[in-house]
Design a protein around this ligand. Structure first.
Ligand SMILES: Nc1ncnc2c1ncn2[C@@H]1O[C@H](COP(=O)(O)OP(=O)(O)O)[C@@H](O)[C@H]1O
Ligand SMILES: [Mg+2]
Length: 453
């Protein structure tokens, strides 16, 4: 037993062995176990393979745990012990790190060997390409960077998507919500960004999607081109809620790993809503009372904790630009997760079912979308051009029904006449084939050309 573990065993405040007393729904209860919340434990039952579980709460002498695997075969009396700490073996020539191992700390593989790979929330490869090489096990829980020490968002990021580049310019280190219902082109848009964005590394967190969608995203949408510089962490809908949350945390840790090496990372998290739902399942199971629309307060506390970890690094040191998808049907403005997300993100892009139904792709509703950092990252001329484009486009959309019905007499409103004249070109500008990239410069040029700016 290593030193740290031995020290922990002598900590009088801890009790490192408990007994399983109860299993209801998703929650395991252990008596006699006293270890910190967040500790990883192994539940052992005879010869059966141990089940990994995390301490998520306690009440007096009882600890509540959520399993990370199948609980089949467990019964009352099984032993519950913290998982032994992982102590990395120093490589030749590397200075020995000061390991302050705590019992039961979750460590997952991080390293350049993750590039091009698809892994599950526990770091196990899902892509049948053999074990991971060039990775070391690192603690998953990290402190976010102090907001005051972060480099501000000052540089534009080329996403390869014309409508976003021109009208909703994203800054390096920005965090944006992608609000959409199902089937309106979220995955395709994320795939376009994964393939075309000017970033060194793309990290994709697929949280709570159906298994088939994960395969489709990796094979068809991301393609070989996108995959080479991507890391995909997939926690499908049938994974226990603990693992779905862990998948989001792991994807974020992978992004932090590359950022801290000075690289520019694009983090695509699909979806933030399913992350919140996983936390809701856990919180309700251990008895937290529901507050807003069935979501207990802890869900709203977890969202900013996750989102705050992305963003720019310390001055001049890498960045994580992040897109978080939020499930919302356009007209449902009451969804508490969408509300919370809007408040903590620096911009939102809304995909509209109406546009998707008109086969207008990407179905970005530019009138409803906004990038809060755009004015910090583009020229004044660009801001003015985008403003004019939006105003003209909006003018047409508002009067569209009148115009279509023939109820509008041309000539009576010169602004609307201009909007009607420019409408086909503006629509063509906003649409984009999913297999074509539009660079930032080309996007700005095309926007100015479209409205004769
Ligand atoms: N840029 C695009 N060009 C053409 N068709 C698209 C585009 N984006 C989405 N679609 C169509 O919309 C369907 C649903 O898109 P998808 O990204 O899977 O939706 P979501 O992830 O929101 O459920 C796709 O199968 C495709 O037919
Ligand atoms: Mg999808």
């Amino acid at each position: 037993m290593d030193d740290a573990h031995a020290r922990a065993c002598h900590d009088p405040g801890l009790a490192l062995r408990g007994t399983l007393t109860r299993l209801t729904g998703l929650v395991l209860e252990a008596a006699g176990l006293r270890v910190p919340v967040g500790s990883q434990c192994l539940v052992r039952m005879g010869e059966q393979a141990p089940v990994l579980a995390e301490v998520v709460g306690f009440s007096d002498q009882r600890a509540f745990l959520m399993p990370a695997g199948d609980v089949h075969g467990l019964s009352s009396g099984a032993s519950v012990m913290p998982a032994p700490p992982y102590v990395p073996v120093p490589r030749l020539g590397e200075p020995e790190r000061n390991v302050t191992a705590r019992v039961g700390v979750l460590r997952l593989p991080l390293g350049t060997g993750l590039l091009g790979r698809v892994v599950d929330p526990q770091g196990a490869p899902l892509d049948h390409q053999g074990p991971l090489a060039d990775v070391t096990a690192e603690p998953l829980d990290r402190q976010p960077i102090n907001a005051m020490d972060r480099a501000p968002v000052r540089e534009p990021l080329d996403t390869g998507v014309r409508a976003i580049n021109a009208l909703l310019t994203v800054g390096r280190g920005q965090r944006i919500g992608l609000f959409a219902g199902s089937g309106v082109g979220k995955s395709v848009l994320l795939g376009m960004m994964a393939r075309y964005t000017a970033a060194d590394v793309i990290v994709v967190g697929l949280i709570g999607e159906r298994g088939r969608e994960v395969k489709e995203f990796v094979e068809d949408i991301l393609g070989a081109e996108g995959r080479a510089r991507s890391v995909v962490v997939a926690a499908p809908a049938d994974a226990p809620p603990l693992l779905r949350m862990q998948g989001a945390a792991y994807a974020t840790a992978v992004a932090e790993y590359f950022r801290d090496r000075g690289q520019h990372v694009l983090l695509l998290m699909d979806s933030l809503t399913r992350y919140a739902m996983a936390q809701r399942e856990i919180a309700l199971a251990i008895g937290e009372p529901p507050a807003t629309k069935g979501y207990p307060p802890s869900c709203f506390a977890k969202l900013p904790q996750l989102v705050e970890r992305s963003g720019n690094g310390l001055n001049g040191n890498g960045s994580i630009t992040a897109f978080y998808t939020v499930l919302s049907e356009g007209d449902d403005q009451q969804d508490p997760i969408a509300d919370a997300a809007r408040a903590i993100l620096d911009g939102h892009i809304v995909l509209s079912r109406g546009l998707a139904e008109e086969a207008h792709f990407p179905a970005i509703d530019v009138e409803q979308s906004a990038s809060r950092v755009m004015h910090n990252v583009v020229s004044r001329e660009h801001t003015e051009c985008a403003r004019r484009f939006r105003a003209t486009y909006s003018r047409y959309r508002q009067s569209r029904d009148l115009v279509r019905l023939g109820a509008y007499a041309p000539g009576s409103d010169p602004v609307l006449d201009e909007a009607i004249r420019l409408q086909p070109a503006m629509t063509a500008f906003l649409q984009q084939d999913m297999h074509q990239a539009a660079s930032l410069d080309a996007s700005i040029g095309a926007m100015a050309h479209t409205i004769g700016f």
